[in-house]
Design a protein around this ligand. Sequence first.
Ligand SMILES: NC(=O)C1=CN([C@@H]2O[C@H](COP(=O)(O)OP(=O)(O)OC[C@H]3O[C@@H](n4cnc5c(N)ncnc54)[C@H](OP(=O)(O)O)[C@@H]3O)[C@@H](O)[C@H]2O)C=CC1
Ligand SMILES: O=C(O)CCC(=O)C(=O)O
Length: 477
Amino acid sequence: MKPFNNFIAGEWVPGARTQQNINPSDTSDVIGEYAQASTAQAFDAVAAAKQASGAWARTSVQEKSDALDFISRELLDRREELGTLLAREEGKTLADGMGEVARAAYIFRFFAGEVLHAGGELIDSVRPNVRVEVTREPVGVVSIITPWNFPIAIPAWKIAPALAFGNAVVLKPAELVPGSAWALAEIISRAGLPAGTFNLVIGKGSEIGPALIESPHVDAITFTGSVATGKRIASQAVGRLAKLQMEMGGKNPQVILDDADLNVAVNVALQSAFFQTGQRCTASSRLIVTDGIHDRFVSALRERMETLRIDHALKAGTDIGPVVDQQQLDQDLRYIEIGKEEGANLVFGGDRLQRDTEGFYLQPALFTETTAEMRINREEIFGPVASVMRVKDYDEAIAVANDTPFGLSAGIATTSLKHADHFKRNSQAGMVMVNLPTAGVDYHVPFGGRKGSSYGPREQGKAAREFYTTVKTSYVG
Ligand SMILES: NC(=O)C1=CN([C@@H]2O[C@H](COP(=O)(O)OP(=O)(O)OC[C@H]3O[C@@H](n4cnc5c(N)ncnc54)[C@H](OP(=O)(O)O)[C@@H]3O)[C@@H](O)[C@H]2O)C=CC1
Ligand SMILES: O=C(O)CCC(=O)C(=O)O
């Protein structure tokens, strides 16, 4: 099998070794051999980006916009092929894989437009005969470190604005899912960028990550992943004052009030907690339900859970694919045991499932009679495991919802305008959903959270400009 190589300084470069990319729906299916970059190669990629950054920054906005548009079109044209690859390597369903590729395409299209809107401000000075210009310049070299759960959308929503605003890039995708990132890199390699503007290094974060964080040539680091890795990266980057943006975990609440439409409530809970195997930082794992609807809600949710088809990600009719790998499956099963030991009532699921192919299949699990202090309600599991907390009224619901070290996304199911409005204003989360799942966001508006979930400027939409540019104020006499 011919390996898929790194892309450094405009060349496809073999790594120090290779690693197999395995399908979590069928562990006998090897998707490909992917290069593993050495530390020296990671430094080479940073050096190449440093060298190229000036040329790309000076490239006309028309050429920048055309390049991003080219990438967008090809992603859209190939959404089925790339969606299949994504579903094969990550385990989300084909529909979700194709949806994610389309989302990546629309992100590139959005930033192809943003390139043309970049501009500054002309402001009257407080002094006579002086003019003030506020402009934005590229930050320089951006290291992009991404997780496995959105193998093409997350790289896209970091690469597209980085390039749109004139930066050079080094991408390090999660080692579990190099295929989608490689395919995206291959498209970018044909988009007409000067050599070195975009670089891909595939490999283990603990080995090549430090080069992308500690090199003095790296001006900014954008990371999505776990809190533990985020904190490690922050401590390495802040010492040399690199610009930093981090999206990390969540423990997102979904509030269900007595006055909710039961169907809506069950749909949002089912979607947010279990679809895409609960492997979304925006998934809701804490279902906070008021007393008057509690029993009806639990029984209706349970009934719907029984109908879910957990199977091979590429099989027609599959609702939920496998967990991404053995390590994540072990973590999910461990938390299910912890929940039981803590005295929570496992009303449905939680079992390992056997299917026609050998994969990491897990029946989504629902706990009831849980309390806010339980570890299953405080720690991010990142799997299809949700717990119901019974509360007496809205006031208790919002207090419980906010009682978490995280603050990414929060949802409420209600028909009360008063409660919906109060929740929007008082939820301590970066994103609030009313009668919608906590997961599944638009690509053209700000994305990010508060507290332990996020650090640094927001991602996506117009807000992305803040991280990928630096402001200059010029005074002209
Ligand atoms: N808030 C958000 O937007 C999101 C948050 N997440 C969170 O991410 C976690 C799951 O993703 P996962 O990929 O396991 O997260 P990790 O934090 O383990 O990994 C994220 C990325 O960081 C890399 N990495 C690991 N160690 C280092 C290091 N020392 N230096 C530099 N890079 C490093 C990883 O590489 P490698 O793969 O090679 O280890 C990977 O590319 C969950 O906790 C989830 O909540 C996930 C998606 C979105
Ligand atoms: O919910 C979404 O659409 C995005 C979620 C996300 O970025 C994540 O889970 O990593």
